[in-house]
Design a protein around this ligand. Structure first.
Ligand SMILES: [Fe+2]
Ligand SMILES: [Fe+2]
Length: 146
C-alpha cells in the first residue's frame, strides 16, 4: 500500500474505483497459490469496469492524450488476462509466485503514475461537464519537524 493522496483526483467515482484497484492489487500480492486465479479475475473484472467508464469519457474528450490512455487500459487488461491464463494452466513445476511478484511490482508502479498523468484529465473533464470547473483535492499538510 502506498501514500493514498497519490491516488486522489477529487472525483468521488474515480477515487473510489482507484482505491478498489489498489485494494485488489494488495489482495493479489497477498494471495496464496490456490487463490491467485480468483484474485487475478477480481482485479481484471474491476479494472475492465473502471476502464469502460473512463473510456466512454475519453472518446468524448478527443484530446491528444486520449488514444494513449485508451491503449494503456487495453494493455493492462491484456497483461492481466495473459497472466491469469498462465496461472490457471500452470503445472506444479511452474513457480507462479515468480510471475505474480513482478506483476504486482509493476502494477504498484503503474497505478499512481497512470492516475496522476492520465486519469487527472478525465477527472477535470468530468467536473467541467457537470459543474464547469476543475475538481479540488484536499490533502493533509505534512507535519513540520520540531
Ligand atoms: Fe483510472
Ligand atoms: Fe485511466
Amino acid at each position: 500500500m502506498q501514500e493514498s493522496s497519490q491516488y486522489l483526483l477529487g472525483d468521488p467515482t474515480l477515487d473510489a474505483d482507484h482505491a478498489e484497484l489498489l485494494r485488489l492489487i494488495d489482495s493479489l500480492s497477498a494471495a496464496q497459490p490456490h487463490e491467485l486465479v480468483a484474485a487475478l479475475e477480481a482485479l481484471r473484472d474491476h479494472a475492465a469496469r473502471h476502464f469502460a467508464v473512463e473510456d466512454e469519457e475519453l472518446r468524448q474528450m478527443k484530446d491528444g492524450n486520449a488514444s494513449c490512455h485508451l491503449d494503456e487500459h487495453q494493455a493492462v487488461l491484456k497483461s492481466l488476462a495473459e497472466v491469469r491464463d498462465i496461472v490457471a494452466g500452470a503445472g506444479p513445476s511452474l513457480d507462479v509466485a515468480a510471475l505474480i511478484r513482478p506483476l504486482c511490482a509493476e502494477l504498484y508502479r503503474w497505478l499512481p503514475e497512470h492516475v496522476q498523468a492520465m486519469d487527472a484529465g478525465v477527472a477535470i473533464f468530468r467536473t467541467k461537464s457537470r459543474f464547469g470547473g476543475a475538481p479540488v483535492v484536499i490533502t493533509r499538510k505534512p507535519q513540520q519537524a520540531a
